[in-house]
Write a protein that binds this ligand. Sequence first.
Ligand code: GLV
Ligand code: MN
Ligand code: MN
Length: 424
Amino acid sequence: MTPESDPHIDIERLLSRLAELSEIGGIDETTGCSRLAFTDADRAGRELVLTWMRDLGLEVTVDGIGNVVGVWRPDSMPEDARDLAPVMTGSHIDTVATGGRYDGNLGVLAGIEVIETLATEGFVPPRPLAVAFFSNEEGARFAPDMMGSLVYVGGMGLEQAHNTVGIDGATVGEELDRIGYRGPAPCPGLVPHAFVELHIEQGPVLEEAGIDVGVVEGVQGISWTEVTIEGQSNHAGTTPMRLRHDAGFAAASVATFVRSLARELGHPQVGTVGAIDLHPNLVNVVAASATLTVDLRNTDNGILTGAEQRLHTHLDELATTEGVAVSTRSLARFDPVVFDSRVVDLVEAAARSLGATTLRMPSGAGHDAQMMARVCPTAMIFTPSHKGISHNPAEHTDPDHLAVGADTLLQVMLDLAGGGWSRP
Ligand code: GLV
Ligand code: MN
Ligand code: MN
């Protein structure tokens, strides 16, 4: 265990902020929330978190994609330390439409909590610390996911990001202007000294193993494809089966193919058809068209690429056998990411020094840290998710686990800043 003199975060303050933020876009009779990127709810969430950042005295900037970075340079920080690259933490505060209160929000609010704890204790870091929230991590409204952090590290240009059309027809640029978050700070943004992100696991591994803290060694590759199928609408009662060009059947065939493909390839391959739109979507009409999404993920890029090829072969065969036209559009494609082993080691050591049990693991979900890993030493800390449930209002992590995760974040940020902490 850590000596008494080491600072610990205030779990009650962190829980109360998580609860207050979750009320914005709160989903009735649940603890979850709905704050899709660049909506009014996202704007209201941003305002609240910005207030907490400003109250802490952080120097806050907003960039051209709406990423918000708050840098902590205490007044008593020596002049030569002020200009050093900060140790940064952060995550996102947008959610899926049926989200929980922890996904992303934990990483941002724990970052604020770490800085508030250190400021209250009178610590002066040897280099600045920063906490960020990146825009549109979820990608549920505007693909790809991790858009804000991708733009932050220069992986996507601002113009391309602004022109992205969402599922409701709006563009990122219009929505940024509407909510007042197209800021002046440049993209790519300030390169941190190092980056570490605290996040809920969003899967069952830690809870099933009875482990307190996940030491995240990397993130699996992600492939999102939108498939459009054009068939022919016709009468459901009179059209013989041999004459059908049924977009609904073809969409269902893609969904079952993706499931069998993932099972055949085995762990860690996963495959999901999460969205299907049929037209005209009527009981007695053979569907004329279908648009669906395929999400494929694997830690092995070769196997992931093979899965993508198998999907395309299936689509070609379907076009022939059902007599439909099939087209595809890539919505997101990110290679697997391996985190910096030095930061991974620091996470493990910090968690253990707090008396926590640890497990090294990959991340199944996408995270802003995987983008930050392109520009600076990066790793992540996971806390257990109850029953492995996430992207669901029922998402839950026990307060004890939130506390040890946030204390681990604090320790790692201190370590990355180079130690040498001095009380006044
Ligand atoms: C983001 O949450 C993703 O992994 O889809
Ligand atoms: Mn997340
Ligand atoms: Mn998410």
